[in-house]
Design a protein around this ligand. Structure first.
Ligand code: PAF
Length: 284
């Protein structure tokens, strides 16, 4: 496995690849602190692509000043070991100066991300993600990119920038990997104290309640589904609800009626740790 921190060195390697007809380059960007969910992205990329590239970069542009940029877990040696074991070909490891040199002032923004759910709670976030992913795609030159369903809104933003900026890239969404008790895997789960960790599966329970209401009980009133999720979440007094949403999978707008498929999405604070999770539910 090769690593590179230099754009020109990476590009020389990319140009030197002798790909046969139909062989693809797959890419999954990460911020490190890799867990099984990231490794699923890697496995999906290995299945479809002859060459697999990853990146590790904790992107300052997607953190607000009050957020956890400084304490975000960094464990590069362990991460590289995991990627090597899974047969990744190249890991791009840029630093802030390479990605955002002095005078940097170009930003990418997809309107679908702004103002709602994650975009409302973290207004800077999607501009940072869209910008860094556009830059990474331009550098890495992948044919396919792999993102996790856990960050559902991020997936839609990436699909929009790829479509709207005419990038010749296929976006593959990989299912959320969960712990045995249903908690979605996330690098931020490391912040949870033992007490908070025990309470965290309530988010998955609330999603399951919504799924059951829509699929088994045929509830079509989205407000009732939202109330159902909030009732479950309220059983844990330490949970502060940021949103419990029933969204259109295309527009990410809240719906009134549950028709065909919807994205049910939750964000909560558990102590000082923010948890998000979601499911796509089909109404029949
Ligand atoms: O999902 C993440 O880890 C990040 O948002 C990403 C896509 C690597 C961009 O920094």
């Amino acid at each position: 496995m090769l690593t590179s921190s230099s754009i020109s060195e990476y590009r020389a390697w990319r140009k030197s690849l002798k790909l046969k007809d139909g062989e693809l380059v797959g890419f999954f960007p990460t911020m490190g602190a890799l867990h099984e969910g990231h490794l699923d992205l890697c496995r999906a990329a290995k299945e479809k692509c002859a060459v697999v590239v990853s990146s590790i970069f904790v992107n300052p542009a997607q953190f607000a000043p009050h957020e956890d940029l400084d304490k975000y877990p960094r464990q590069q040696e362990e991460d590289l070991k995991k990627l090597r074991e899974l047969g990744v070909d190249m890991v791009f490891l840029p630093n802030n100066e390479i990605m955002y040199p002095p005078g940097y002032d170009t930003w990418v923004q997809a309107d679908v991300g702004s103002g709602r759910n994650e975009g409302a709670v973290r207004p800077h976030f999607f501009r940072g993600v869209a910008t860094v992913c556009t830059k990474l795609f331009n550098i890495v030159q992948p044919d396919m990119v792999f993102f996790g369903q856990k960050d559902a809104q991020q997936c839609v933003v990436i699909q929009h920038i790829v479509r709207d900026l005419n990038m010749d890239i296929e976006v593959v969404i990989v299912p959320t990997r969960r712990e045995a008790d249903g908690l979605a895997m996330s690098s931020r789960n490391q912040y949870l104290t033992g007490e908070m960790r025990a309470k965290a599966p309530v988010v998955y329970k609330a999603l399951c309640k919504a799924k059951e209401m829509i699929e088994a009980s045929k509830e079509r009133n989205a407000d009732k589904v939202r109330e159902g999720m909030k009732e479950v979440l309220s059983q844990e007094p330490l949970v502060q609800i940021q949103y419990a949403s029933v969204l259109s999978t295309d527009t990410l707008l809240e719906v009134e009626e549950v028709e065909s498929k919807v994205l049910i999405a939750i964000a909560v604070m558990l102590g000082s740790t923010r948890l998000i999770d979601n499911m796509i539910v089909h109404s029949g």
